[in-house]
Design a protein around this ligand. Structure first.
Ligand code: HEM
Length: 157
């Protein structure tokens, strides 16, 4: 049973690394995009295919977290599942996933469609600024919720 828990924890840490690494990589790429989008949109156009790579790393990390979390729960005899810190942690995990699916994904797709139009010289500035605002809200809420999940998992209030 102890081995099962340790294997679960090992995979949990790899999952956290994927989620955090993917999020930070995506943030760096995005800040580069916002910096260049208006004065040299062709640079952003080249970076476009990279934008879909980071979410894949984050999704893989999320699946690893789920699988390893279930493994640890099993190893602990499912007692943790009834504790408040764990229930609240799970609510935040669901909110993190929904935030990615309902805010980040559609806005990322919209941006990828708008960039070629910007390169052609169309006036899509307002739409792009709206996406930038939505993505800022997404990143702030995502990082905030991730921090809460870390705190809940470590301190178990
Ligand atoms: C974004 C998602 C998640 C993050 C950031 C996260 C983070 C953490 C952290 C930092 C720990 C503490 C590790 C330690 O004790 O040294 C932990 C433990 C644990 N997590 Fe997660 N976790 C996530 C998702 C999940 C999910 C989806 C499940 C269950 C399906 C889960 C189940 C557990 C369990 C059972 C423990 C061990 C608790 C104990 O030792 O009593 N986690 N998690």
């Amino acid at each position: 049973m102890n081995h099962l828990f340790s294997i679960g924890l090992f995979i949990h840490i790899i999952g956290i690394t994927c989620i955090a690494g993917g999020s930070i990589g995506g943030l760096v790429l995005e800040s580069h995009i916002w910096k260049h989008i208006h004065e040299s949109p062709e640079k952003v156009h080249v970076l476009g295919p990279l934008m879909s790579k980071y979410p894949v790393i984050i999704q893989a990390g999320t699946l690893l977290m789920l699988f390893s979390g279930l493994l640890m729960l099993g190893a602990l005899g499912w007692t943790v599942a009834g504790q408040w810190w764990f229930i609240i942690k799970m609510l935040f995990v669901v909110a993190l996933v929904l935030n990615g699916m309902l805010v980040a994904k559609p806005n990322g797709l919209k941006l990828r469609k708008l960039v070629p139009r910007l390169v052609k010289g169309e006036n899509v500035k307002n739409d792009i600024n709206k996406i930038k605002r939505n993505m800022t809200v997404f990143h702030i809420s995502e990082l905030g919720m991730l921090l809460i999940v870390y705190l809940l998992a470590i301190f178990r209030f």
